[in-house]
Design a protein around this ligand. Structure first.
Ligand SMILES: Nc1ncnc2c1ncn2[C@@H]1O[C@H](COP(=O)(O)OP(=O)(O)O)[C@@H](O)[C@H]1O
Ligand SMILES: [Mg+2]
Length: 259
């Protein structure tokens, strides 16, 4: 089971939009996908409500593994481990403790034959996001092309390099691999955004995913309707479908997944 986390301490940048579409795309390829929603806002849980069972995200941090964790993947191929109010208590755990419990429960999930685990996170560098970085194989960061968009990312990149190395009390996670920043909600009619994208490409050629997702109504509509954007039949949605598919293809290959 390969694990990917969407991370950016900034909210509203398209983390959930990207993650949910990766989930739909990977399931269509026949993979067994678990989505863990670590954001108390529960946006991914809302969009993936059809895949909701007993599984609650806070239980991934419980000392005793919950029973549902032993279940094999559902028929649909997609399991939502939903955001729940218990996530608010995460901040009371030490990072050491939270990481250890999360790791143990992730290993149980691995044994139940999921191919991929996708973790959506809250827009803050809290215990949930930190624990996710410690157990993940890959991390990617949706960004907007506005001012300040990469400022928080410098901190995230520093954090990733700490997670990869040895820090007191924490086992390092050297396998964590940064897949890159994903320009999202890109409005190509705004010269400022086009300029920002060009500047980012020049400044961070290796840190930018070579695809982007445009600002398109179809995405918001899809997220609200609980379906992938390729099920929405408008011209703008068709463009968005192409873009999300290209991103999913890219990430699928980078994660070395196979159908
Ligand atoms: N490509 C897009 N085009 C238009 N609206 C989008 C796009 N991506 C996300 N949105 C909308 O923007 C808001 C924030 O997106 P979301 O994915 O929830 O961001 P995050 O998870 O980073 O907070 C949501 O209301 C969502 O519907
Ligand atoms: Mg979100």
């Amino acid at each position: 089971m390969k694990i990917l986390v969407a991370a950016n301490q900034k909210g509203g940048v398209g983390k959930t939009a990207a993650l949910v579409h990766l989930a739909f795309n990977f399931v269509e390829r026949g993979l067994k996908v678990a989505v863990i929603d670590l954001d108390t806002q529960g946006n991914a849980s809302y969009t993936l409500a059809d895949y909701r069972g007993d599984a609650l995200a806070s239980a991934m941090f419980a000392e005793n593994s919950p029973e549902w964790l032993q279940n094999t993947p559902p028929e649909t191929g997609l399991l939502l481990i939903a955001s729940d109010p218990g996530l608010a208590n995460l901040e009371r755990l030490s990072l050491e403790n939270a990481r250890a419990r999360f790791q143990t429960n992730i290993e149980v999930l691995r044994e139940t034959q999921f191919d991929v685990c996708l973790i959506d996170t809250a827009p803050s560098m809290g215990i949930g996001l930190m624990s996710a970085l410690y157990v993940s194989d890959y991390v990617f960061s949706p960004i907007e092309l506005e001012a300040y968009s990469v400022q928080g990312l410098t901190k995230l990149l520093t954090t990733i390099s700490h997670v990869r190395k040895h820090t007191p009390g924490m086992p390092p996670n050297p396998k964590l691999h940064f897949l890159g920043m994903l320009p999202s909600k890109v409005d190509s009619r705004k010269p400022r955004q086009v300029r920002n994208l060009a500047e980012l490409k020049a400044a961070y050629p290796d840190l930018l995913i070579p695809f982007s997702i445009g600002f398109r109504d179809g995405i918001a509509e899809a997220l609200a309707s609980g379906v992938p954007v390729w099920h929405i039949k408008t011209t703008a949605a068709r463009e968005a479908a192409k873009e999300t598919r290209a991103v999913a293809d890219y990430i699928f290959k980078k994660m070395e997944l196979s159908e």
